[in-house]
Design a protein around this ligand. Structure first.
Ligand SMILES: Cc1cc2nc3c(=O)[nH]c(=O)nc-3n(C[C@H](O)[C@H](O)[C@H](O)COP(=O)(O)O)c2cc1C
Length: 135
């Protein structure tokens, strides 16, 4: 069963920039190893994350993330099963975006989401663009 969880949160102000960069590198690496797709955006002291993959793995990861002291004010937005689309590309990977210049990455991600996750595409597209203050 494929599943999506998405949330926003506030970064802990004690977390330094270099710690954030290390964290994001680790997340990208680890999610690609364990088969979690989606994205993590860091902007103006806030995180926006989409976790997509096998239900058990996604739920287990969200439980772990919730306990992480590097952020707080976690507000969940999506927590749903994903209908299997005939055109899904499961080899797409997890991406990390930490500045406005990474907009191309976001556009490529949204383009893939349209086929991978057509039911939630509209809300994901809206939320990510608002979060990055693109609209
Ligand atoms: C905002 C935020 C998002 C995170 N997202 C992930 C993630 O998607 N995948 C991941 O492996 N760890 C993520 N982490 C790190 C985990 O909370 C945890 O530190 C990491 O998985 C290592 O867990 P362990 O120390 O129990 O092995 C995130 C942490 C924060 C603060």
């Amino acid at each position: 069963m494929r599943y999506v969880i998405s949330y926003v949160s506030t970064a802990n102000p004690n977390t330094s920039n270099s710690d954030l960069i290390k964290l994001m590198d680790f997340i990208k690496y680890n999610n690609n190893v364990i088969g979690i797709m989606g994205l993590l955006i860091y902007s103006d002291g806030n995180f926006f994350q989409i976790l997509e993959g096998e239900k058990e793995i996604v739920k287990m990861m969200f439980e772990r993330i919730k306990k992480d002291s590097r952020h707080h004010n976690i507000i969940k937005m999506l927590d749903k099963e994903i209908m299997q689309s005939a055109f899904s590309e499961y080899h797409s990977s997890f991406i990390v975006i930490s500045d406005q210049h990474d907009q191309n990455k976001l556009h490529r991600f949204l383009y893939k989401e349209k086929t991978n996750n057509p039911e939630h595409f509209k809300s994901i597209s809206y939320l990510t663009q608002k979060f990055m203050k693109l609209t």
